[in-house]
Design a protein. Structure first.
Length: 255
């Protein structure tokens, strides 16, 4: 028994809508690929090469300038981040998505946090390595890319952007909320990354790789349909909201 084509029985306009729904996912997939490739580029340029390590060591030494004015606050922020904190953040984001009426977003947001932090540890301790050119201040000269603390902050920010929906209270204002959430999350991730530099915990490349990792997994979530119920479906309806909540309304606002 053959399955019907996804566009069978719909008109030209609806075919255009179906095509338009795929474009954001394709762009998200391209962004994810670019981010993951960017991690390898950062690692190859700043970690594997002697010149890159020298550049990072110079930046790390320069971060000590004025560090006494910020190191106290930075250490406080760094000590907040722990495994229980990661779990708590994932739970909060998961519950927020459920409250907004979407199990899909809840799962993808929590999955983004989990995937980002798990892959950060896998990359740092297993898959990537750091050649010893005699420049590292660590006794074991171990690899520190990507930064786990920055990955926690960045993945939480990305997850929050994933759960902010387009239709808020029946009015289309989600784009502004997503922008605001993205800016707040970017400030949080920047503060965490700066703190790791000031406290000499990580190098610039470690922070950049963690940011790329979080954005990459967020893009994977979008490419796989985290925002599917925000997209217009054929026939003028928004996509079905699998949470049975606020996203399952007609585009014209009718119930």
């Amino acid at each position: 028994m053959r399955c019907a084509a996804p566009t069978a029985g719909i008109g030209p306009y609806d075919r255009f809508v179906v095509s338009a729904r795929l474009k954001p996912r394709l762009r998200a997939a391209a962004l994810a690929a670019a981010c993951f490739l960017g991690i390898l580029v950062v690692w190859a340029v700043l970690v594997v090469s002697h010149t890159g390590q020298l550049m990072e060591q110079t930046a790390l030494t320069g971060s000590r300038i004025g560090a006494r004015f910020a190191s106290g606050y930075a250490r406080t922020l760094l000590h907040v981040v722990s495994i229980p904190a990661v779990i708590a953040m994932a739970v909060i984001v998961f519950l927020l998505a459920l409250w907004r009426g979407s199990r899909r977003r809840a799962l993808w947001a929590a999955g983004t946090i989990a995937a980002t932090n798990a892959s950060a540890q896998l990359l740092k301790h297993t898959l990537l390595w750091r050649p010893d050119f005699g420049l590292s201040q660590r006794w074991d000269a171990a690899n520190t890319l990507p930064s786990g603390h920055t990955a926690v902050a960045a993945s939480t920010a990305v997850a929050l952007v994933l759960v902010v929906i387009v239709d808020i209270g029946g009015q289309v204002g989600g784009a502004r909320w997503r922008s605001l959430t993205a800016w707040v999350g970017a400030l949080l991730a920047a503060a965490m990354g700066y703190s790791t530099l000031v406290c000499q915990w990580h190098r610039p490349g470690d922070v950049m790789a963690a940011l790329l990792l979080a954005v990459g997994w967020g893009a994977v979530a979008v490419a796989c349909g985290a925002w599917a119920n925000d997209e217009p479906a054929p026939g003028g309806r928004t996509g079905p909201d699998d949470g049975g909540g606020r996203g399952a309304r007609r585009a014209d606002g009718a119930p």
